[in-house]
Design a protein around this ligand. Structure first.
Ligand SMILES: Nc1ncnc2c1ncn2[C@@H]1O[C@H](COP(=O)(O)OP(=O)(O)O)[C@@H](O)[C@H]1O
Ligand SMILES: CC(C)(COP(=O)(O)O)[C@@H](O)C(=O)NCCC(=O)O
Ligand SMILES: [K+]
Length: 250
């Protein structure tokens, strides 16, 4: 059994896949916040994990904690490289690219092969990346995620409250503070994605991450877009089915 892990700055997402299963076909999956990290071993205990593939962008301490918790010594730490699984990475320094972004791009490409695509991963940060139809990761944008954007207003002003991300976006211009914050933050997120799609001449857009459920519904795009849960895990899984696991530090 293969254990896939996407360790982000807010939550650790994981999935278990039988050997040879198609990308995204999982026996079990889940997510915990960093505070609940200790719950992970119990979730994996009844499965015979023989190897693990981990994307970690949340630092060395989490790396060490995960290494102790993962119930196999056959752990591969996923890293961004110049080329993988038919995709070329045009980042100036390929290893500087967040390995979750590289995995998300591979996952999006596996789902939308041959299309000029944008993959937006809406987590702690929102990352919006472009992949060409012929498989080049062109680069992207990084902005504060929806939660972080809203929290930065509450923390750095005297009069603005902390708003809950789940509230409905008001139509038109807001007539109260909470709705105005929500409208501004959601418009910034959606606007950046729309701008990236226009800049790239994209024909498809995949939206993923914990805040995708709030951002995707307000997107206005002239073509199909869809929410895909756990695009990073799908991308990690796709590398196992198309090429051997890599084993280099992230
Ligand atoms: N149950 C949840 N726990 C934490 N964050 C959530 C949850 N549901 C939605 N979110 C939103 O999603 C973001 C975290 O999404 P996620 O994709 O897990 O981020 P990361 O990959 O950076 O850890 C938070 O910033 C928050 O806005
Ligand atoms: C941009 C990120 C912080 C996103 O992290 P996340 O929101 O998924 O927790 C992460 O991909 C990262 O640390 N990237 C390194 C810099 C780069 O991609 O250029
Ligand atoms: K992200």
């Amino acid at each position: 059994m293969l254990l896939l892990i996407d360790a982000g700055n807010t939550r650790i997402k994981w999935a278990l896949a039988e050997d040879g299963a198609a990308p995204g076909t999982w026996v079990a999956s889940g997510a915990v916040t960093h505070a609940d990290l200790n719950h992970l071993p119990a979730s994996w205990a009844q499965h015979a994990v023989t190897r693990a593939l981990v994307s970690n962008v949340a630092g060395g301490k989490l790396h060490d904690q995960l290494q102790l918790m993962i119930p196999t010594t056959a752990i591969s730490w996923f890293a961004s490289t110049a080329q993988l699984a038919g995709m070329r990475n045009a980042y100036r320094n390929p290893s500087q690219l967040g390995c979750d972004r590289f995995a998300a791009a591979l996952g999006a490409r596996a789902l939308a092969q041959g299309q000029a695509l944008i993959v937006a991963t809406c987590g702690t940060a929102t990352t919006i990346d472009a992949v060409s139809a012929d498989g080049v990761f062109l680069g992207g944008m990084i902005l504060p995620g929806l939660g972080l954007m809203a929290t930065s207003l509450a923390r750095n002003t005297a009069q603005l409250p902390q708003v809950a991300p789940g509230a409905t976006l008001p139509a038109g211009f807001a007539d109260n503070t909470a709705d105005a914050i929500l409208s501004g933050c959601l418009s910034a997120q959606a606007g950046a994605i729309e701008r990236a799609c226009a800049l790239h001449g994209a024909s498809t857009c995949i939206v993923s991450g914990g805040a995708a459920q709030y951002i995707a519904p307000v997107l206005r795009l002239p073509f199909d877009h869809r929410i895909v849960d756990n695009i990073v895990l799908i991308g990690l899984h796709s590398t196992v089915t198309s090429s051997p696991l890599q084993d280099s530090p992230c």
